[in-house]
Ligand binder design. Structure first.
Ligand SMILES: [Zn+2]
Length: 277
């Protein structure tokens, strides 16, 4: 059947229907029909409306329990733009670029690109997806070294929340903060941190693989194990739970009320002033 029998929106399908003898039903492929459903238009495969294009721009996806190769092919033929449905280890997902949603009959794509009524991700699926992302991102971070930055002090006491970490991975964004958090730990010497930021005399090639592993384990800790970020003293790398807390009372540095003073839990002489975030 010709390509002109395929469209990816209500208006195109409406035009195809108007081009046939009946304005309410037209055969467009093997066992495949366009069928008018009141205001809406369905793509029907055998006896199932596998896609419903609503007049308002929404699209409903439904397999009727028949998740076959043919159903998937028809979905992908008629879904607009980057939308597509693929199987992964026996489970179907709706994809749009890097984003994906678990498949469920009746799930809806809205005109603004949001998806509702999808199958929630299980913990196992989430962890598998995150591990793949983390492996990819840790490699990207290592390959991006050295990051050019002089004031490492400004990174101290910062960390990204889990949501930001995940978004940065999806969008391939390498941040100073991530590298700093992954390397500013007691198990890593200060020279590695310096080299990662282009401040050491020795070639960054020496630390690439090491940094990749540290970034990977940091991300696994934060996103899969669910450990909160830990802040180490910038001088002695000491920390005790609970984590560092801002010093009580007025800011001792005159004219810097936009800053917070933190003191080391071990040595009172170790303290640092950081901008309020
Ligand atoms: Zn200290």
């Amino acid at each position: 059947m010709a390509d002109c029998m395929v469209s990816h929106n209500w208006f195109g399908l409406d035009t195809i229907l108007h081009g046939g003898r009946s304005k309410d039903r037209r055969k467009v492929g093997n066992n495949t029909y366009l069928v008018r459903r009141g205001e809406d238009i369905a793509v029907r495969l055998h006896y199932t409306d596998i896609l419903t294009f609503y007049r308002d721009g929404r699209i409903k996806i439904n397999s009727g329990g028949w998740q076959t190769v043919t159903t998937r092919d028809r979905w992908n033929q008629y879904l607009p733009g980057a939308w597509n449905i693929q199987g992964d280890r026996g489970t179907y997902y709706l994809y749009n670029g890097e984003k994906r949603w678990g498949y469920r009959d009746g799930m809806i794509i809205h005109p603004d690109g949001t998806v509702t009524d999808y199958a929630p991700e299980s913990d196992e699926e989430r962890n598998r997806r995150l591990r793949r992302l983390i492996n990819k991102h840790a490699r990207l971070v290592a390959d991006s070294l050295p990051l050019e930055r002089n004031d490492l002090w400004g990174l101290w006491h910062r960390s990204e929340d889990a949501e930001t970490l995940e978004r940065n991975m999806v969008e391939d964004r390498v941040t100073d903060t991530l590298v700093y958090c992954a390397l500013h730990i007691p198990q890593v010497g200060p020279m590695v941190l310096s080299a990662a930021f282009g401040q050491a005399a020795y070639p960054v090639e020496v630390i690439r693989e090491f940094v990749r592993r540290k970034v990977r384990s940091y991300l696994i800790d934060r996103l899969i194990t669910g450990r909160p970020p830990v802040v180490y003293c910038p001088t002695c790398l000491h920390t005790t739970p609970p984590r560092w807390t801002p010093m009580d009372g007025p800011n001792p540095i005159e004219g810097h009320d936009d800053r917070v003073v933190y003191t080391c839990p071990k040595f009172a002489t170790h303290w640092e002033v950081v901008p309020k975030s």
